[in-house]
Design a protein around this ligand. Structure first.
Ligand SMILES: NC(=O)c1ccc[n+]([C@@H]2O[C@H](COP(=O)([O-])OP(=O)(O)OC[C@H]3O[C@@H](n4cnc5c(N)ncnc54)[C@H](O)[C@@H]3O)[C@@H](O)[C@H]2O)c1
Length: 336
């Protein structure tokens, strides 16, 4: 039995607790939250223990892994505490808010021999996995371009942490990071980016729309367009190869044509629930931990997604092309 400890008992913790409950041989053993009642409530719901704080959580007897499910400005301290206790870590994206913090934690984990996984959940969507496998197997020819458009409505409350750039990293680190990571996952390293952001909600300190263009180092281009102000939700991800192309529509339908002429038409059905992605992610984490295998989305992967997101944010803020790697940068404001 793998015993999991949660730091944070908010929205994503609810999801992970429910997902973990579907993974054989794993259980939520303890949970903490700065708002103790939230920890108690989650503990009650999932028949586990609430503990008072970070120190108690990482010392909880028999823990095998810590899940960090808090807003990102606390991730560094929580990861360093888990590393000091020798506990493997699953940390929700964004890994940290700055590259120096990400470097610090990656080095500390490596030196302590602590496995570190970044929660880039979109990599576990079955159609996304299939698209990438087809690209890697050469079934679409060479990579030409990828895109990801994700439009939805999210009314960010002015007093929520999400609306404060210094805590959340804004829409770019909170939301677009998944889309940017999809492109990194397909096209590899990015060499340069340009971007524009739009703010439609003056009550919050962050962008709520972002449009970015990427140039990959090995050739090919990408685009990302995300919105939190679109009343009618729509998602489309796509991939063009030199001899085929495909689209994933609303995370349910995969359509396209392969290099051999085969037409793709696959549908997960209207009932497909995104929750499945979290079950797959949790199953992967637990199985790999049990078998002593490296996690599928490393700390370095999390850093790469962070670097690209920060580059895009910088490009949007400065209205200039940004070249990667970006060095010696702490916050997007300092980059301007
Ligand atoms: N992978 C995904 O698809 C996905 C989806 C949603 C959120 N997230 C990520 O999960 C993280 C949490 O987001 P959320 O939506 O659950 O937020 P939330 O506000 O719903 O919950 C966060 C919880 O953490 C608690 N908390 C804050 N600081 C703490 C600390 N120092 N110690 C212990 N508890 C603390 C808060 O009291 C709150 O209960 C963020 O990094 C977010 O980007 C990822």
């Amino acid at each position: 039995m793998i015993n999991v400890g949660f730091i944070g008992a908010g929205g994503i913790a609810q999801t992970h607790a429910a997902a973990l409950a579907q993974v054989e041989g794993a259980r939520l053993a303890a949970v903490t939250d700065t708002v103790y009642e939230r920890a108690e409530s989650l503990a009650h719901q999932f028949e586990t223990r609430a503990v008072a704080g970070l120190a108690d959580l990482i010392r909880f007897p028999g823990l095998d892994i810590v899940y960090i499910l808090t807003p990102p400005h606390g991730h560094l301290e929580q990861m360093l505490a888990a590393i000091a206790a020798g506990l493997p870590i699953f940390c929700e994206k964004p890994l940290t808010l700055t590259l120096p913090d990400a470097d610090q934690v990656i080095v500390a984990a490596r030196e302590a021999g602590v496995p570190l996984m970044t929660g880039l959940s979109h990599r576990f969507h079955p159609l996304a996995v299939q698209a990438r496998e087809m690209l890697q197997a050469g079934e679409l020819g060479d990579f030409v371009a990828a895109w990801s458009h994700r439009l939805t409505t999210l009314a960010v409350a002015p007093d929520s942490w999400l609306g404060q750039r210094s805590i959340s990293g804004g829409l770019t680190l909170q939301f677009a990071m998944h889309d940017l990571d999809w492109e990194l996952w397909l096209g590899g390293e990015v060499a340069q980016v340009s971007a524009q952001e739009v703010r439609t909600n003056p009550a919050i300190d962050i962008e709520d729309n972002l449009w970015a263009l990427l140039q990959f180092r090995q050739g090919g281009s990408g685009s990302v367009g995300v919105s939190w102000s679109a009343p009618q939700p729509h998602t489309e991800r796509g991939l063009i190869g030199s001899r085929g192309n495909l689209r994933i529509i609303n995370q349910r339908r995969l359509v396209g044509q392969l290099a051999n002429g085969r037409v793709l038409e696959q549908d997960l059905g209207d009932d497909y629930d995104w929750f499945d992605v979290f079950v797959r992610e949790n199953r992967d984490v637990i199985n790999r931990l049990r078998q002593g295998q490296a996690f599928s989305v490393s700390g370095e992967d999390g850093r790469q997604a962070l670097e690209l997101s920060l580059a895009v944010q910088r490009a949007a803020m400065t209205q200039r092309m940004v070249f990667l790697p970006i060095l010696s940068m702490t916050t997007p404001e300092e980059m301007v």
